[in-house]
Design a protein around this ligand. Structure first.
Ligand code: SDX
Length: 392
């Protein structure tokens, strides 16, 4: 330590705030949103109900939920001028960069969302973001696939509408497949919040400067993009496809993951908090079997994933380090079966995490949290004098 400062790299043992939103127990693999277990919510709730629960603290009554969704539908238009920003991106732009930029760009078209002090102003900004963010996510996909932009259909539910905006072909009707809608609903619920992870901490720190909700969420999207965090769901599929191309030799990749000289890590394994099975991974693994079965999809990389998991659970290196599959290990296999391209997986994670980020931002602002400003242990030069150029 440096005097009064205790160095805690990666904040491994630092509590940054008090929060009543999500409870994690890493040793026992427990995850609850506002006291409800994710197993209970994933089985019984709609994603919009869970969004309301996370943000306002209680499951909504029917009338509360209807008003919530009516308010969202009323705000689901996105200013046509936003197209010009989307058009500026090359088709090859990664959807996470597109979505974080467009989320920030929304500020210019919704200036009232910035200086929010009252609960009512916060509610209005929250509704705007819950309404417009799915449109931006769908636009990012349609940009890549060359499809005309779609604004959705208010007669559909929130999750069903996401699917329509993403997949409706310009010249065809689009019928939502209930198996796909149910699978996406469950995945979004399982991603909805996770206490003070990297991207949520980013949202809280950026929000603590009163930069506004949209700017805070845009920063959170950027943090989530990293392959050590939400970007892992894309990296897992790329890894599994690489193993398949390489003849499916999972033992070779287990070795690589243990070789300190090799930067390769088994993506989708390990977690800062869960030192037991990530409860979300357990549910998603079962859902992968169900969804692929219901859709009649055979995906060889599911077998590779299961083989890798089996080997890791029996491997001393992984067992000693308590490395288990995390939320990102199986989720990409379901997204793939739903027809979602790999580059969009982390955007789907962001879509699920949005209500959690919003809930944490709102709790931080209502709690009048001070601006986030940690200290450091200085290891640089001692005082020295300016050196004229001819002496350098
Ligand atoms: C998410 O925090 C959250 O809650 C995040 C999240 C959420 O919902 O918001 O749960 C979502 O981000 C899940 C994690 C997705 N990331 C990955 O799957 C990437 C692969 N995993 C790792 O990079 C790592 O496990 C982290 C980033 C998840 C956790 O990193 P930590 O806690 O800083 O652990 P560490 O890097 O210090 O690793 C401890 C040891 C090291 O070995 P030693 O130095 O002790 O010898 O375990 C090893 C690491 O080398 N290790 C791995 C490994 N993960 C850790 N070795 C091989 N493969 C891995 N995946």
């Amino acid at each position: 330590t440096g005097g009064l400062i205790t160095l805690d790299r990666g904040f491994k043992n630092t509590g940054s705030c008090e929060s009543a939103i999500t409870f994690l127990n890493g040793e026992e693999g427990i995850l609850r949103y506002r006291g409800y277990s994710i197993e209970d919510l994933a089985e019984n709730a709609s994603f919009l109900e869970v969004a309301y629960l996370l943000i306002f603290g209680e499951l909504p009554s029917e009338s509360e939920l209807n008003k919530f969704y009516d308010d969202i539908k009323a705000e689901s238009n996105v200013d046509e001028e936003m197209h010009k920003i989307l058009d500026g991106f090359p088709k090859s732009a990664h959807p996470m960069g597109v979505v974080s930029s467009l989320t920030n760009a929304l500020i210019a078209f919704n200036p009232s969302s910035v200086n929010v002090e009252s609960k009512e102003d916060m509610y209005n900004a929250i509704i705007k973001l819950l309404a417009k963010f799915p449109v931006l996510c769908a636009w990012a996909l349609r940009k890549r696939t060359g499809q005309p932009l779609d604004y959705g259909d208010d007669s559909l539910g929130y999750v069903e509408n996401v699917l329509k905006m993403m997949f409706k072909k310009a010249n065809q009707n689009y019928e939502v497949d209930p198996v796909i809608a149910s699978a996406l609903n469950k995945l979004l619920i399982l991603h909805a919040d996770h206490e003070q992870n990297c991207s949520t901490s980013t949202v809280r720190v950026v929000g603590s400067s009163h930069a506004g909700l949209f700017a805070s969420i845009s920063a959170g999207i950027s943090a989530l993009w990293g392959p050590l965090h939400g970007g892992a769901n894309q990296a897992v599929i790329e890894m599994l496809e690489g193993i398949k191309e390489d003849g499916g030799d999972t033992k070779k990749y287990m070795q690589k993951a243990k070789d300190k000289e090799d930067p390769f890590r088994l993506m989708g394994f390990g977690h800062r908090v869960y030192k037991n099975f990530d409860p979300r991974a357990r549910i998603i693994k079962k859902s992968a079997d169900d969804v692929l079965g219901n859709l009649g999809v055979e995906d060889p990389i599911l077998d590779i994933a299961k083989g890798l998991e089996k080997e890791a659970l029996e491997d001393d290196y992984f067992v000693k380090r308590k490395l288990y599959p995390n939320v990102d290990f199986y989720s990409g296999i379901i997204y793939r079966a739903l027809g979602i391209p790999t580059e969009m997986f982390t955007v789907m994670f962001a879509l699920g995490r949005l209500p959690g980020w919003i809930a944490q931002w709102r709790e931080m602002r209502l709690g009048k949290e001070p601006i986030g400003r940690p200290r450091q242990v200085y290891t640089g030069e001692k005082l020295r004098s300016y050196k004229p150029m001819d002496q350098r």
